[in-house]
Structures are given as structure tokens and as C-alpha cells.
Design a protein around this ligand. Structure first.
Ligand code: SAM
Ligand code: SF4
Length: 465
């Protein structure tokens, strides 16, 4: 193969955004590797640069065009450029106008057509788009996924979203909601287990509305079935939507030991008036009923949430409702965001926008109150023994880092150096508002040789940024 052709078949990928985006990139990388490309760590060495974008908040579009401007200086080197993800879908052909050196623009609903788009790119086409698939029923199922997380295997079970919350771009950028068959999800879970992974995370914008298109299996049924896959020790899922969160999910966690003691159930606001304006389709009381089910479980299920402050029209009273909800639930963690107006969403036309300084002040109050709640929650773990899955080797203080089933970070001392992916019991000796510290009190289970082989492979295939 001539040198130039080898160069053209190298790629560099840059990824922004949520876990869904990071996992999309794992599948895009897998597809490129299968098509004969090889991944490089330095953009200077790549014939093809891919940029997987996110537009959920802030001035995402400006940031993307700013980054594309930086690519401009590299266009003379014979490189090709592709823009993927939510900003690609949202801005579409405008990207070619503002950055003419870009040759491919595709949203996530079109990724299953990537092999065909890559062939056109190689044939020299310069205006390739994958933008018209948002109404598809197809999902991007692929056996070729470059798994870059060394100890957790991600599986998308549902793509797109039909909820149309009034502030959110996702339904416009990721297209309509479509579930994979549970047969294909379970086959992927088994492949992951055979590779040696013991932890799986099921992904989707709203995993609770999962419905197998053929067998009509529900999310709770699928969750339990994944938890029964031989070799799997931990199953997580994100994100849950309160509207579709059913009690059988809590029952499944109680019944299947491998399902983790953690539910991420974003509330967004504690005020029913704001929830109505957000088109969340539930009230404060509806949400608290789901929390009550979860707290009534036999297992100690940790609760976390997403919260938006400063939504148009949010009064001091509404914000106070969010603070009291925080106190009532007693979350173990929250992701707090200032409302950010997004293009094409109904909320952008709403009156009574909240001044930036008020949003900043509310977010600070929210985070300070939450920290106090966590200080108390984490304090309860003192002297307890928790099982930890090791994620990283020793830090500068000689502590190994891992996570409990509740997804809490645990830093601990250990006589040996347990490898990532091993499990070990840790006695908690110190507590902080967002981490636990302890001492190993058992011999670590050693991860399977298959996982070690996968980790060695990951070391050669650079981690997606
Ligand atoms: N599908 C999930 C749900 O409904 O909870 C969340 C998806 S979104 C990628 C993650 C979080 O971003 C949301 O829960 C919300 O808190 C936040 N978010 C989405 N749009 C936002 C906006 N316009 N401004 C501020 N935060 C936003
Ligand atoms: Fe966005 Fe709402 Fe869908 Fe979540 S459920 S992705 S917040 S529209």
C-alpha cells in the first residue's frame, strides 16, 4: 500500500459530552477499525479527524466552530475532517458553509451508515451528510465496539427520545425513540462477559421506556435478564425518567443480586409549576412516590439526580421547593446545571428569563446544601465494610481507588496492588462528602485472563478523549 494511502487510513477522534456520546465513539471507533483504519493518539498523524460533538448546554455551537477553525490550519496536510453528534445534526449543511474543509457531517441516527459514508469519503466526495435518519426505527447495533473503559462494558439499549422536555435538544438531535431487541442486548452482554468484563452499564436517554420491539419485554425484565448473564457481577443503568419509572424496577433490584444499589432519577426541579413548564409530565408528589418505593426496598439503594436552576419563570418560592425536595430525598449526589437556552426548543421563547447572577447564586446555594446532605449520608458508612471494584492503581498517597455498588468512590490502603477489575472488601475508616477512605480486609479476587487481555488491547488502542 503506498504511504499516502496508509496515512489516509489513520484516524484521530475527539469526543465531547455525556456517556452516550463516549459510548457512541466506542462504536464509531470499532466501525473504523473494522473498515481497515487504525487509530492514532496524535491528531498530527491522522489522515482523518473526527469530532464527536455535544450540544446539550452552553454555547456548544460556538465552541465547535472555534475548534473547527483550529482544524483549518491542518487542511493543507491532506487531512479529511468529519463532524459527528448533536451539533452536526443541529447545524447540518451550515457546517460546510462555515468550515468548507469538512467533508462529512452526520448525526447519531445515521451512524449505522458509516461504512457507506466512509467509502464515499475515500472515493473523494466532499459533501457527505448523514442527517435524514431521525425518524428511523433502526438502531446502531454493531459487534465492533472499541471498548475503552477497562472495567465497565457499556451497552446502548434504547436510542433517541420522544419526551420533548421544553429545554432539551436531544429529541431534535438524536431522533425518535427506538429500542433494540432484548436478544441483541443479551448477546452483547454475553460477549462482554466472555471478554472478561464483570460490570455492565445499560445506556439510553430514558431507559425506563425500553420495550423490546418483538417480544415486548419491559425494561425491568431486560434488566433482570442482563443481571443473570454468567460472569456479570454488577449491572448499572442510566438514565431513568420519573414518568416511566415503575415499581418493578425496584423489585428487580431487590430480587437480582448483581443489580447495583443505585438509581439515578433526575428530577430537574422540586416545583410542580416549573416541572409543568419544563413539560416533564410528572408532579413533585409523583416523583416523591417513586422515591418512596426506592427507599422501601430491602436493599440500601443510593439515589442521585440532575437539577436545573434558573428555568424561565422560576421564582424564589419554586427554587425553595427544589431545596426542600433535596432535603426530603437526601440524594448521595446531584449534577446541578444553570438553565441554558437551546436552539429549536420551546423554552427559548419563554418569558421571564432569570438573570445570570441569580442563576449563579441559586446554583451555589443548591451545591452548598447538597454538600451538607452528602456529609451526613457518607458519614453513615463509617466502620462499615463495603465491596469495592478496583478502578485505578495507587495514587500519590499510596491509595487504590474503586467504587462501591452504590457508585461511591472509595480510596483504600492495601498490602498488595489489586489489578483494575478485581473486587475487594474494604472497611471504611474516614468519610468525606463525596468519597470514602478505608483499609482492605480481604484478598482481592483476580480478574479473568480475558479481561487482562482486553486491558492490554485497550492500552494499544488509545482511550477516546
Ligand atoms: N434523559 C435524561 C433525563 O431526562 O433526565 C437526561 C439527558 S441530558 C443529556 C442530561 C442533563 O442535562 C439533564 O438531566 C438536564 O439536567 C441537563 N440539561 C438538558 N438540557 C439542558 C439545558 N437546556 N440547560 C441546562 N441543563 C440541561
Ligand atoms: Fe432531554 Fe427530556 Fe429526553 Fe431527557 S427525557 S433526553 S431531558 S427530552
Amino acid at each position: 500500500m503506498p504511504v499516502e494511502e496508509t496515512y489516509l487510513k489513520t484516524f484521530y477522534i475527539e469526543t465531547f459530552g455525556c456517556q452516550m456520546n463516549a459510548h457512541d465513539s466506542e462504536k464509531v471507533v470499532g466501525t473504523l477499525l473494522r473498515e481497515g483504519y487504525s487509530q492514532v493518539v496524535d491528531e498530527a498523524d491522522a489522515g482523518l479527524i473526527l469530532y464527536n460533538t455535544c450540544s446539550i448546554r452552553d454555547k456548544a455551537e460556538q465552541k465547535v466552530f472555534h475548534r473547527l477553525n483550529e482544524y483549518k490550519r491542518m487542511q493543507g496536510e491532506g487531512k479529511k475532517f468529519a463532524v459527528l453528534g448533536c451539533v452536526a445534526q443541529q447545524e447540518g449543511n451550515k457546517i460546510f458553509e462555515r468550515a468548507p474543509y469538512v467533508s462529512l457531517v452526520a448525526g447519531s441516527a445515521s451512524y449505522r451508515n458509516l461504512p457507506e459514508m466512509l467509502a464515499r469519503l475515500e472515493a473523494g466526495e466532499t459533501r457527505i451528510t448523514g442527517l435524514d435518519d431521525r425518524q428511523t426505527d433502526e438502531t446502531f447495533d454493531t459487534e465492533f465496539t472499541a471498548r475503552t473503559n477497562p472495567h465497565r462494558g457499556y451497552i446502548t439499549i434504547i436510542e433517541g427520545c420522544d419526551k420533548f422536555c421544553s429545554y432539551c435538544v436531544v429529541p431534535y438531535t438524536r431522533g425518535k425513540e427506538r429500542s433494540r431487541t432484548s436478544a441483541s442486548v443479551l448477546a452483547e452482554a454475553q460477549r462482554i462477559a466472555q471478554m472478561g468484563f464483570t460490570e455492565i452499564q445499560l445506556l439510553g436517554q430514558n431507559v425506563n421506556s425500553y420495550l423490546d420491539p418483538s417480544s415486548k419485554r419491559s425494561f425491568a425484565e431486560l434488566l433482570a435478564a442482563v443481571g443473570e448473564v454468567n460472569g456479570i457481577k454488577r449491572v448499572r443503568f442510566t438514565t431513568s425518567h420519573p414518568r416511566d419509572f415503575t415499581k418493578d424496577i425496584v423489585d428487580a433490584i431487590d430480587a437480582v443480586p448483581t443489580l447495583c444499589d443505585h438509581v439515578h432519577l433526575p428530577v430537574q426541579s422540586g416545583s410542580t409549576d416549573v416541572l409543568r413548564a419544563m413539560q416533564r409530565d410528572y408532579t413533585r408528589d409523583w416523583y416523591l412516590e417513586r422515591i418512596a418505593w426506592t427507599k422501601a426496598a430491602r436493599r440500601d439503594i443510593s439515589l442521585t439526580s440532575d437539577i436545573i436552576v434558573g428555568f424561565p419563570g422560576e421564582t424564589d418560592r419554586d427554587f425553595e421547593d427544589t431545596i426542600t425536595l433535596l432535603e426530603t430525598v437526601g440524594y448521595d449526589a446531584i449534577y446541578g446545571f444553570k438553565y441554558s437556552p437551546r436552539p429549536n426548543t420551546p423554552a427559548i421563547h419563554m418569558h421571564d428569563s432569570i438573570p445570570e447572577d441569580v442563576k449563579v447564586a441559586r446554583l451555589a446555594i443548591l451545591n452548598a446544601r447538597q454538600r451538607e446532605i452528602q456529609r451526613e449520608n457518607y458519614g453513615r458508612h463509617l466502620d462499615q465494610t463495603v465491596e469495592v471494584m478496583v478502578e485505578h492503581g495507587a495514587n500519590s498517597r499510596g491509595q487504590i481507588t474503586g467504587r462501591s455498588t452504590q457508585n461511591k468512590t472509595v480510596n483504600f490502603m492495601c498490602d498488595s496492588t489489586p489489578p483494575p477489575g478485581s473486587y475487594i472488601d474494604v472497611r471504611i475508616t474516614q468519610v468525606f462528602p463525596s468519597s470514602l477512605v478505608g483499609e482492605a480486609i480481604s484478598v482481592p479476587t483476580v480478574p479473568s485472563p480475558a479481561l487482562a487481555a482486553q486491558q492490554a488491547l485497550n492500552a494499544r488502542v488509545p482511550v477516546v478523549h
